[in-house]
Design a protein around this ligand. Structure first.
Ligand code: NAG
Ligand code: NAG
Ligand code: NAG
Ligand code: NAG
Ligand code: NAG
Ligand code: NAG
Ligand code: NAG
Ligand code: NAG
Ligand code: NAG
Ligand code: NAG
Ligand code: NAG
Length: 631
């Protein structure tokens, strides 16, 4: 839609004075008080005589609904189609039935019965050779008969996104030029009716948010740093993990926030960007790091189905736990990390977050492809860590009851496991206790890898572009990098320690098994202590220390967070009792991701696990911030 602009000189004479490029990047429309985005590229055309643009037409467009039918079409069909479309899709609304384009796909001749359409219906026989079939759903039609996809606009009121995205017809992406009230970005989601899930496209129409460390062709990658975002051009390639999801039919709606360069930052540590808001409880709990955008999006927005994050030292699992959604750290090496920012390649992984376990497992199968093997024979030994043995605190009863139900379902025996004691009794000669040996391992990996792989070239590029200046970097990554600089090169030492841990873990904790993939499972309880985002913490320091979260990091084994319910706490924000998610981590031997996914599917079928809801409660939903509109 490019045209040449003309220069208007007087009322009577028009001179063509200069050349300009003017094109539409899409249009924002209000239809019955709901905001929509009209895509700039048309998806089809119909020859139209019956549309009346002098009435409700705005910007030369009218709302229409495309309906495919095998028979003749009448009033009864229309109301059932409207009901069905309304149930399946949040983009469709009754107002799109101002006009209907009825596509016949049967043997009978196209004919229109009586309809209640306010303005008319246009029948099309799609067996005609010159007619290209258009997917069902809501569209905007122009006077010349071009049809444009309808996207509904939503406000990112929890601040989970860093950039919006709209797909172009050539497979690259652009930033969405639209806005709605809500003091934040607006995200456009296409009608779910345009897509049909098939074996080849199991994620057709699934709306995906991507952590802003993965490249997407046409968009800039920011890594949570403003200087980085503005210094480098947009990506020309889409990273393989994202491409796998796109190939399976997922629709990217935007890039999501990461703490800076994927380092661990809590509420007040975020300087370049504001930490996204955790929707649960009082709404002012820490949303954790570093995939906090994906975690918040999954917990807060019913219009977002899936989010891609990365986990180097807990970055998918912590946000999944505090937002009460499903989230996985895969076995290391399961997903290629090309065209994505690195913290430490020895530890980096790509994982998914979602509320609906069915969507989440389908997406994992599509993303990891042949790298995961689904198997449904389960170990009969469960090693438990951190489970209560009597109900003292809120959530204790839930955890005990859930563990008992899950254990019974698997026909397993659950026994408490002490990783430190096991290490003490079997550790290689001359090595110290776990907390001493692995105190600095993670800090060495991430600081000494990120300084040389990311910081040094970044500083050099920035200095070159800006007369020798340094870019701004948040205090947390700076503190980590400073620690890396203060140490002699210790990566080899860290790798040797990790190797020792892998050997210990695969022989003493989770052993490979020919029958059940892993000889046992580890179930551990994630932290469920209220953590307010505004609380001042100690100054930033390197990530020292060993915890359960590090088991998968050093062993390369999979670690998957499942939400099991919620527990009450007294909120010092609302002066009211609120609820926070309670989650459990499930681990198996390296390479047994497929067994865990299958186990979760079976636990869902048995009613022992459920999907989580959006909003202030993962169980009962509820409006975050008591919002008054649906944007
Ligand atoms: C088109 O709409 C206008 C305004 O509602 C109305 O006055 C006019 O009669 C309509 N034309 C037809 C052909 O229906
Ligand atoms: C139209 O009919 C053909 C042949 O039966 C079928 O392959 C195709 O999927 C149908 N299209 C729709 C939209 O129903
Ligand atoms: C359309 O409505 C008229 C009058 O209400 C009725 O006589 C006729 O049978 C209806 N036609 C169809 C195809 O339903
Ligand atoms: C895709 O289309 C956009 C314009 O719509 C253009 O700027 C971009 O260069 C194209 N990319 C490719 C790879 O063709
Ligand atoms: C499987 O893993 C290997 C190694 O990381 C990688 O090269 C390959 O692309 C992966 N396959 C898929 C489908 O992700
Ligand atoms: C465990 O199962 C019992 C019996 O079906 C049920 O009442 C209870 O709610 C379940 N516990 C959890 C945490 O789902
Ligand atoms: C547990 O044992 C029962 C009874 O033997 C059996 O029907 C069921 O399939 C077993 N469950 C699993 C997950 O193997
Ligand atoms: C492991 O050994 C250290 C000293 O060697 C001791 O201090 C610690 O308590 C032991 N831990 C466990 C859980 O046995
Ligand atoms: C961990 O290492 C840091 C830095 O060397 C040190 O200050 C701290 O005391 C160590 N903690 C333990 C438990 O060894
Ligand atoms: C590696 O392990 C040794 C003990 O065997 C410990 O002293 C050292 O601090 C560890 N280094 C790293 C980087 O993990
Ligand atoms: C908090 O609630 C308590 C009990 O309802 C009430 O006494 C107190 O005044 C409230 N605090 C504030 C600051 O309103």
């Amino acid at each position: 839609m490019k045209r040449t602009a003309h220069f208007l000189l007087g009322l009577a004479t028009i001179f063509k004075a200069t050349r300009a490029t003017l094109y539409t990047a899409g249009i924002t429309m209000m239809l019955s008080e709901v905001p929509y985005f009209v895509a700039p590229e048309s998806v089809g055309s119909v020859s139209i005589q019956t549309f009346n643009f002098s009435g409700s037409g705005a910007a030369g467009l009218v709302p229409v609904t495309v309906i495919t039918t095998l028979q003749s079409f009448s009033t009864e069909d229309l109301s059932s189609v409207a009901l069905d479309f309304g149930n399946r899709d949040d983009v469709f609304q009754q107002a799109f039935l101002e006009y209907a384009i009825v596509q016949y796909n049967g043997s009978s001749q196209p004919q229109l019965g009586n309809t209640t359409l306010s303005s008319g219906a246009v029948p099309y026989d799609i067996s005609r050779t010159n007619y290209r079939q258009i997917p069902n759903g809501p569209y905007f039609a122009s006077a010349s008969g071009l049809l444009y996809k309808a996207y509904r606009l939503y406000s990112d009121f929890e601040g989970a996104f860093t950039e919006t995205a709209i797909e172009k017809s050539n497979g690259t992406f652009a930033v969405l030029p639209a806005g709605v009230p809500g003091q934040s970005l607006s995200i456009a989601v296409p009608s779910r009716l345009y897509y049909t899930r098939t074996e080849e496209q199991p994620l057709a129409g699934i709306r995906l948010g991507v952590k802003d460390i993965f490249d997407i062709a046409g968009l800039k990658t920011g890594n949570g740093n403003r200087a980085w975002y503005h210094l480098y051009p947009a990506a020309t390639r889409t990273s393989a993990v994202v491409q796998n999801l796109l190939n399976a039919g997922a629709v990217v709606v935007g890039k999501m926030k990461t703490s800076q360069f994927a380092n661990g930052e809590h509420g007040g540590d975020w300087v370049d960007y504001h930490q996204p808001f955790n929707p649960r409880g009082d709404g002012y709990q820490d949303s954790s790091e570093s995939s906090s955008g994906p975690g918040v999006g999954a917990g807060a927005y019913p219009w977002l189905d899936l989010a891609l994050g990365s986990d180097t030292g807990g970055s998918v699992r912590w946000p999944a736990a505090v937002q009460g959604v499903y989230g996985n750290r895969p076995s290391h090496g399961l997903a290629p990390m090309a065209d994505a920012m690195s913290l430490a390649p020895q530890l980096d992984t790509a994982g998914l977050l979602a509320r609906d376990p069915a969507i989440w497992t389908a997406a994992a199968k599509a993303m990891y492809g042949s790298n995961i093997t689904i198997s449904s024979a389960y170990p009969v030994n469960i090693k438990t860590v951190g489970f209560p043995t009597e109900a003292r605190e809120p959530g204790d009863q839930l955890l005990m009851s859930w563990l008992s139900n899950a254990t019974d379902f698997i026909n397993a025996t659950a026994l408490p496991f002490d990783i430190r004691a096991r290490w003490n009794s079997t550790r290689p000669a001359g090595t110290p206790p776990l907390d001493d040996m692995f105190n600095e391992t993670y800090a060495i990996f991430v600081s000494q890898e990120q300084t040389r792989r990311l910081r040094d070239p970044f500083y050099a590029d920035y200095a070159m572009a800006h007369d020798g200046r340094l870019p701004f970097v948040d205090p947390v990554p700076l503190a980590r990098w400073r620690y890396g600089d203060s140490q002699p090169p210790r990566l080899e030492e860290a790798e040797a320690n990790k190797t020792a841990f892998m050997e210990f873990f695969s022989s003493e904790v989770l052993r490979p098994s020919p029958d059940t993939c892993s000889d046992s499972l580890v179930f551990y309880v994630n932290s469920r202590v209220p953590t307010y985002r505004y609380e001042h913490r100690d100054p930033p320091r390197p990530p020292f220390g060993f915890s359960e979260t590090m088991l998968s990091v050093f062993s390369e084994a999979p670690d998957v967070v499942v939400p099991i319910g919620e527990a009450e706490y007294y909120s010092s924000v609302t002066n009211h009792t609120e609820k926070l998610p309670v989650t459990v981590s499930i681990m198996a031997a390296n390479g047994c991701d497929g067994m865990i996914f299958s186990l979760i599917e079976d636990l869902c079928r048995a009613g022992i696990l459920q999907g989580s809801q959006t909003g202030m409660s993962q169980v009962d939903s509820g409006e975050v911030l008591f919002k008054r509109n649906n944007f």
